[in-house]
Write a protein of this length. Sequence first.
Length: 200
Amino acid sequence: MRPEFVQITSELEKHDAWFRDVLSQKTTLPTEMESWSVTRDVAEKLYELALKYTPKHIVEVGTSLGYSTIWLAEASREYGGFVDTLENEASKILKAQETFDRLGYKNVQIHFGDAIEILKNWSSPVDFVFLDARKREYVRQVQLLEPYLTKNASIIADDVTEWRRKLDEFFAYLGSGNYTYEILELGHGLLVAQKVEKVR
Ligand SMILES: C[S@@+](CC[C@H](N)C(=O)[O-])C[C@H]1O[C@@H](n2cnc3c(N)ncnc32)[C@H](O)[C@@H]1O
């Protein structure tokens, strides 16, 4: 790992720990100070999966301060991949962009706005999707990307065990025969799905 990557992941992890500690004391915080990053084990798995499948085009829904994004971007810069990441809070985008600039990424683009609205206008191929925003919207987000998913595309979704009750439609969609999936006991449950190639 590059020293600057180690430094910045450590800074973001400290911020996340501080944020959770403050919230546990029931203090309210301005929204731009929220982080809700993926856990370190999930971040490392994202990095590992990106290096394993070498997706050229990654779409992440839910940038926040960019913690998960930098693991995807760090892996994909090694083989020439690109990360499009979607976030609807401007203050978070500013912080995330600052982080991406510090790491010198040329392979990350932030899209500002509501994910559903952005995905309604999507028009380019996608090899790897990471879902980490509103749980009830996971299914709609995948449906909107479906026409652009390449053969054997990966769908990764965070928090599926913790928020299982909000994900009935998402699991029904994945169970329709077009995907295989497993749930890893990482973070709050990390779903790793693969699009199945149909035999005609
Ligand atoms: C759990 S956080 C993402 C954490 C990030 N993936 C990480 O690990 O650092 C979810 C983010 O999704 C954003 N979000 C929620 N609903 C959204 C929507 N409809 N469109 C775009 N972003 C949304 C929130 O503002 C929040 O920053």
